[in-house]
Every structure is written in structure tokens, then in C-alpha cells.
Ligand binder design. Structure first.
Ligand code: ZN
Length: 187
């Protein structure tokens, strides 16, 4: 089970817009498998490609470890596009494998409609709600270079500033592998 280092807050690749995937080759299939392995090893429920230093438009989700979501199957979303967001929003605490030990309430639409391509590059459409929709929005943001900490109010941002700077300097103690420099890119 290959576990790849996870890029962390301050790494340049997390702020770059990703490129679309136009063909699925063996390498892409392998990397998607590694993304699932890396996410599960870190007890995550979602992971975007740039979180392993892979600058492409794909994320993986597996919410089945969460109570009430056991029946949800793992899903790979390639070239995703959110085409509808509900007016109703909700504030729920979020965290991120790239921002260890920081958790804060994030306001997001409760429901979304998302179009994406599956592993055969066939277009699919899903209406998602609650945690499922939230994880999708969080990962979708990653692909645009946006982190959940960008979405917090000024006061909360102030509170976590020191923590973010510690993460950036890699002064953190976590039990999964992380990138070794801010220029980290998958080889
Ligand atoms: Zn994240």
C-alpha cells in the first residue's frame, strides 16, 4: 500500500490551479489508487490531487467511516464542476490533512449539484447534501487553490495565524508523511 507525502499549508502547489485530465493512462490510475491509500492512512475522508503534489483536476472521497454514511461508496471525481448550490447554508466544523490540527466552522451551501467524469472519463452528475456535499466542496476548492482557512472570518483567521505559521515551518507532530519543502511536486 504506497503512501505518498501530503503537501501542507504554505506549499506552492496547493495554491496553483490544476490542469484538466484529458486522458486516463496507467500512471493516472495508479496515482488515484495511491490517493485513496494516502487518504485512508491519514484517516481522511477526502483528498485532492494537489495534496499529493499531483497538479491535476481529480479528487477522491470516502465518507463511509463516518457514522450515518456507511453505505456511501468511495468515489473518484475527475474534472469536477459544481453547477448548482443551494441557498440554504450551514456552518460545520472542518479540518484538512494539509492543515493538521486546525479545525474551524465553515459556512457552505447545504446542497450542491456536481458534474464530473468517472474513471472511464464518462460524464456523471450527482446531487449531494450535508457531509457528502461539504466534502465535495472542500476538495473542489483545493483544485482551485482555495483552502478552508481562506473562508473563515477575520477573527478566526487571527486566532489560527500562529498555528498556520508553525505548519508552514513544519513544526508539527503528525503521524502521516508530509512533503519536505514548499516546492514539493510529485515526480
Ligand atoms: Zn483539505
Amino acid at each position: 500500500m504506497p503512501i505518498l507525502p501530503i503537501t501542507i499549508y504554505g506549499d506552492k502547489i496547493l495554491r496553483k490551479k490544476v490542469d484538466p485530465i484529458t486522458k486516463i493512462d496507467d500512471r493516472t490510475i495508479e496515482l488515484i489508487k495511491f490517493m485513496f491509500d494516502t487518504m485512508r492512512n491519514a484517516n481522511g475522508i477526502g483528498l485532492a490531487a494537489n495534496q499529493i503534489g499531483f497538479n491535476k483536476s481529480v479528487f477522491v472521497i470516502d465518507v463511509s467511516p463516518v457514522e450515518g454514511y456507511e453505505k456511501y461508496k468511495p468515489i473518484t471525481m475527475i474534472n469536477p464542476r459544481i453547477i448548482n448550490r443551494s441557498e440554504e447554508t450551514e456552518a460545520v466544523e472542518e479540518g484538512c490533512l494539509s492543515i493538521p490540527d486546525v479545525r474551524a466552522d465553515v459556512i457552505r451551501p447545504k446542497e450542491i449539484t456536481i458534474i464530473y467524469q468517472d474513471i472511464d472519463l464518462t460524464e456523471q452528475k450527482i446531487d449531494a447534501a450535508d457531509l457528502y456535499a461539504r466534502v465535495m466542496q472542500h476538495e473542489y476548492d483545493h483544485l482551485k487553490g482555495v483552502l478552508f482557512t481562506d473562508l473563515l472570518d477575520g477573527e478566526t483567521k487571527k486566532q489560527i495565524k500562529k498555528m498556520l505559521s508553525k505548519i508552514q515551518k513544519r513544526k508539527i507532530d503528525i503521524d502521516y508523511p508530509i512533503s519536505d519543502s514548499i516546492d514539493y511536486k510529485l515526480k
